[in-house]
Design a protein around this ligand. Structure first.
Ligand code: CP
Ligand code: NVA
Length: 330
């Protein structure tokens, strides 16, 4: 058992030991069992949290809200346009004010430095709900989903396909290194994770008996994969003009039948969501009109196949976020 996480912020997985991440996963399993059994768990009644979103969200916002309510807390949501932060009030002042009123603060937005600074000044735990660099709560849900499916995660191989330098890919590389999962970033060389982060993760991976591999080769990269993971090709905060270039660059890394067939038999497909796998979104329709693509980072067939565990993964966001809030606020 790790020492208590009480009072800690959850900003990036690099700040947490293997044992601490395992402890959060165990807690999440307990909370999932309680939720399924209908056992009340209002362990944090009387506390209040605020959710600061500078980017849009479905899963992360709802997970924090439902988990907060289940734990008995008051939850306040501030949307991208309705706080003074950064416009009329400095980050430091905002953090100090919110820290006086709330027991915990969730932040989704841009630079990692913003969430790090919030934590520095708030005096209460701050949780990273996604920055340009990292998306650490997502990875807890991903690993929980992998463990539920395979019964374990250590020694498995996870391949991230596509924009391998985005927040999700970075965080997957870190969590893999920490938990002994072999990680492969499979994408074009200009979309590979930052050298410094790769070096740090390789050193952590060595300690935990696993490997970090970067490859542009889809065939080699996806061979022996137990988990094929992808994410959208243009992340929030990136300009619309970049779509054309990304489509050209990342189309060879689409997750399709050929990719799944090349992976291990029994491999699963994960995606943090939202996903462009059909023409049921306005952006999907727009891209189809401009570039002719009916689906993007994953085919609709793979997305809807039995190998796809994306909705288990989405549900697990709530159980794992509950674990993070409980561990840091109790
Ligand atoms: N996966 C994820 O973070 O989804 P949202 O953007 O809907 O929160
Ligand atoms: N890379 C994506 C993740 C969304 C959950 C983004 O930042 O938009």
């Amino acid at each position: 058992m790790p020492r208590s996480l009480s009072g800690r912020s959850f900003l990036k997985l690099l700040d947490f030991s293997t044992e601490e991440i395992q402890y959060l996963l165990e807690l999440a399993k307990d909370f999932k069992r309680m939720k399924r059994a209908g056992t009340p768990h209002k362990y944090l009644a009387g506390k209040n949290i605020v959710l600061l979103f500078e980017k849009t969200s479905t899963r992360t916002r709802c997970s924090f809200e439902v988990a907060g309510n289940d734990l008995g807390m008051g939850v306040t949501y501030l949307d991208p346009g309705s706080s003074q932060m950064g416009k009329k009030e400095s980050l430091e002042d905002t953090a100090k004010v919110l820290g006086r009123m709330f027991d915990g603060i969730e932040y989704r937005g841009f630079d990692q430095q913003i969430v790090e600074n919030l934590a520095k000044h708030a005096g209460v735990p701050v949780w990273n709900g996604l920055t340009t660099d990292f998306h650490p709560t997502q990875m807890l849900a991903d690993v929980l989903t992998i463990e539920e499916h395979f019964g374990h995660y250590k020694g498995l191989t996870m391949v991230f396909m596509g924009d391998a330098r985005n927040n999700v890919a970075n965080s997957l590389m870190v969590v893999s290194a920490k938990l002994g999962i072999n990680f492969v970033a499979c994408g074009p060389k200009d979309n590979m994770p930052d050298d410094k982060l790769v070096k740090t993760c390789k050193a952590i991976a060595k300690e935990n008996g696993c490997t970090i591999t970067l490859t542009e080769d889809v065939k080699k990269g996806t061979k022996n994969a137990d988990v094929i993971y992808t994410d959208i090709w243009v992340s929030m905060g990136e300009p619309d003009e970049i779509w054309e270039q990304r489509i050209k660059l990342l189309s060879p890394y689409q997750v399709n039948d050929a990719v799944m067939a090349n992976a291990n038999p029994g491999a699963i497909f994960l995606h943090c969501l939202p996903s462009f796998h059909d023409l049921e979104t306005t952006i999907g329709v727009d891209i189809h009109k401009k570039f002719g693509l009916p689906e993007m980072e994953v085919t609709d067939k793979v997305f809807r196949s039995p190998q796809s565990k994306v909705f288990d993964e989405a549900e697990n966001r709530m159980h794992t976020i509950k674990a993070v809030m409980y561990a840091t606020l109790k």
